[in-house]
Design a protein around this ligand. Structure first.
Ligand code: ATP
Ligand code: MG
Length: 351
């Protein structure tokens, strides 16, 4: 029997509702497989601005640094939109403090969901992608300057930064369909040339068994919607990854279905659904918990090394979604908490 310390950061809007679903799944996994999960709930985002005047309070940081893994709901909302302090700063702060440099977003289009997709069924059916986005470099963290008439954003990447995120992508590909598409803008941008050279060298030295292709970000945007089934792992820098992952997230038909993992050099990770705080549906028990539960399955897999448990959770999620017992965003009538409970029941039934 193993024991794990999980920090839960519910955050704002629907964050607490979906985080509760994640905790319920972990408790069920604990009961069924005989592990003990200790949960510590901490504040982040808008709610932390209200209580602590800080979107990422110090005691939250201490708890996250000591935890085996962190589960996050969502941050932000109209209440804080015009404030000086932004809830999203809490998110950047926790990523930075934990040294998380790779954001993984798996996305697959289930046959039963194909009709929800804005794209034609024959285009999206069977699409099964993993986007690996670099999280610590590029335009988001470069020097910025501003005068009345001119603004600049510096874009910086080092070989070491490219290498460590490319490694995550190649390692993931080996466990999937063994193909990596590296996305850049090497025909124009210098950091992209460094990116491409580094990926090519690393591939040659250590990963020549993996199929590697390169794509320019503009044509990649087109190909993601015209032939998404031809990709396996996609790796790219911070800004391109931000844009492409939102683009890809519409393929399955609801943002509520997708989870993410942010990983660093240690086993520790931050797990969260890719959607935001959805203030329009907060407090109504309408939020789809599936994206968060998919994130919890990744936590079991990547941070806690509980592969069998992760498989059981993934299978329970798929079974309940396929059965049509789903929330409104994907055409059902069930409440978020009922779906969460059904998935826990399914784990007990099948394990
Ligand atoms: P943010 O700036 O935090 O990313 P956003 O407005 O861009 O927020 P979301 O908060 O993700 O995006 O909401 C986008 C839309 O998707 C909203 O209409 C919201 O209700 C819906 N939505 C988001 N998450 C879920 C969910 N888990 N279940 C159902 N609907 C959701
Ligand atoms: Mg958004």
């Amino acid at each position: 029997m193993a024991s794990f310390n999980i920090v839960v950061l519910p955050g704002d809007g629907i964050g607490p509702e979906v985080a509760a679903a994640g905790v319920q799944a972990l408790k069920t996994i604990g009961e069924v497989f005989g592990h003990s999960f200790n949960f510590e709930e901490k504040r982040i985002g808008g709610i932390a601005i209200d209580t602590d005047n800080n979107p990422y309070p110090e005691d939250t940081d201490r708890a996250c640094l000591a935890a085996d893994a962190v589960l996050l709901g969502a941050v932000g909302g109209p209440k804080w939109d015009l404030g000086k302090m932004r809830p999203e700063q809490g998110l950047l702060a926790v990523r930075k403090s934990l040294g998380l440099f790779a954001n993984l977003r798996p996305m697959d289009v289930k046959a039963s969901q194909v009709h929800r997709s804005p794209l034609r069924a024959e285009v999206v059916q069977g699409a099964d992608l993993l986007i690996v986005r670099e999280l610590t470099g590029g335009l988001y963290f470069g020097k910025q300057t501003r005068t009345e008439t001119t603004a600049t954003d510096e874009c910086v990447y080092t070989v070491a930064e490219v290498e460590r995120v490319a490694r995550v992508a190649f390692d993931a590909a080996r466990k999937r369909r063994n193909k990596v598409t590296s996305v850049d803008k090497a025909n124009v941008i210098e950091t992209s040339r460094l990116w491409r050279e580094t990926v090519i060298r690393l591939h040659k030295e250590e990963y020549s068994d993996v199929e590697l292709e390169h794509a320019l970000v503009d044509s990649m945007a087109m190909h993601l919607v015209t032939r998404p089934t031809t990709f396996d792992v996609i790796v790219t820098e911070n800004m391109f990854g931000d844009i492409l992952s939102d683009l890809a997230s519409v393929l399955p038909g609801s943002i509520g279905l997708l989870g993410s993992a942010s990983l660093g050099a240690t086993g520790k990770g931050l797990y969260e659904p890719i959607h935001g705080s959805a203030p329009d549906i907060a407090g109504k028990d309408l939020a789809n918990p599936v994206g968060t539960l998919k994130s919890v399955a990744m936590m079991l897999r990547f941070s806690l090394n509980l592969t069998q448990e992760a498989d059981a959770l993934d299978a329970a999620i798929d079974a309940v979604v396929e059965s049509g017992f789903v929330t409104r965003d994907i055409g059902g009538t069930a409440s978020g908490s009922a779906v969460s409970k059904a998935i826990s029941d399914k784990i007990r039934e099948t394990a």
